[in-house]
Design a protein around this ligand. Structure first.
Ligand code: ACO
Length: 316
């Protein structure tokens, strides 16, 4: 890795051009992308579980069909993202091993349980809403394969967000019990959704060794965690008002001077606890994932045997 290569890389980043798999890149850039893209891919496939839990109990055939399509989309997002990570020289088998052994993370949000049907609505509205806010800027990420994967992912996430809003819209215009169910889901998912954006950029709860500054310099991140969190709150409060739901934060109020909604303190201890494995569903999520991987071994073996046969045929 020479000075000339570094200069070429810096030139591309400086001109806001894309880095492609064929380009030489600093090891730190490659490593942070593998970490982030793998974490993102893992989140997509672990994220199938909380909603998958409601497929058999969705309240109508139409709701069931929509939810199945949505959960399949998440699997597809995982596949694009593992493919994007593979362009950086890692193998998806290795990434999955790291997920299963706890060496790589997935989003904190998927360690919370889906207790009622309204949770399927709250996940679409809040969790996918937060995901879009975080992922639209990733369409402009400096690494080409990741940025391109994000375009389709964001289009699909946008459909997911609307279907979640529509579930809650129906419930909040329904019976008293349905309204209460919608409110309870909003109460439980609001704070964990705000944590999805990651630790604050500054102050006591900021991550030691956080990646934001370097990743912004590399054009991977376009906004800080706190900026995206604020944008999400500003977008979501009027939607909650439309739904007639209260967000569980007594400090939420419009700040005319800032032109933003002020909000209360986030429980960062809870966030770090969940990341360390001590959330309500961490163990269950990983155990289920490992089981699904083992149960799917025959599919991988069959696909490999088929691929080997094709190669042998071509050689003849
Ligand atoms: N859940 C789990 N871990 C998190 C979360 C979270 N919500 N937020 C931050 N972290 C971790 C980071 O991975 C990092 O840990 P590490 O150094 O051990 O890898 C640490 O906390 C410090 O955070 P940051 O310095 O802010 O890390 P980073 O620059 O990677 O920013 C962010 C975090 C914003 C989540 C970024 O990685 C990102 O944009 N990822 C892509 C989007 C994504 O993964 N979405 C998944 C959920 S959306 C969905 O699947 C529907």
């Amino acid at each position: 890795y020479t000075d000339a290569v570094q200069e070429y890389f810096d030139g591309l980043i400086g001109a806001d051009q894309r880095i492609e798999p064929r380009d030489a890149m600093p090891e730190g850039y490659r490593k942070t992308l593998i970490r982030q893209i793998a974490q993102h891919a893992h989140s997509e496939i672990i994220g199938m579980q909380p909603e998958g839990n409601w497929i058999t109990r969705a309240p109508s055939l139409r709701r069931k069909a929509i939810l199945m399509a949505k959960v399949q989309d998440e699997a597809g997002h995982g596949l694009y993202l593992y493919s994007a990570a593979e362009t950086l020289g890692v193998d998806r088998e290795e990434l999955l091993d790291k997920l299963h052994s706890g060496q790589q993370k997935y989003s904190s949000i998927f360690n919370y349980p889906t207790l009622t049907w309204a949770d399927a609505g709250a996940i679409g509205w809040l969790v996918d809403g937060a995901a879009i806010m975080n992922q639209v800027p990733l369409c402009r990420c400096s690494y080409g394969p990741y940025a391109r994967a994000m375009i389709r992912v964001c289009k699909e996430e946008s459909f997911h967000q609307r279907q979640g809003f529509e579930i809650l819209w129906t419930l909040s215009n329904g019976t008293e019990a349905q309204r209460a169910m919608a409110q309870d889901a909003a109460n439980r998912w609001w704070w964990p959704s705000l944590m999805m954006f990651g630790p604050p950029d500054t102050g006591e709860a900021a991550a030691p060794g956080g990646h934001t500054e370097q990743n912004m310099a590399w054009g991977i991140k376009r906004f800080t965690n706190d900026d995206l969190r604020q944008k999400f709150i500003d977008m979501t409060v009027p939607q909650a008002q439309k739904l007639g739901l209260t967000l569980p934060d007594p400090d939420l109020r419009w700040n005319e001077e800032r032109g933003h909604w002020d909000f209360g303190a986030i429980d960062w201890e809870e966030f770090w606890r969940v990341l360390k494995g001590d959330g309500p569903c961490n163990e269950e999520r990983i155990a289920h994932r490992r089981r699904a991987h083992e149960d799917g071994a025959w599919v991988r073996e069959a696909a490999n045997a088929f691929a080997a046969k094709q190669v042998a045929k071509q050689a003849v």
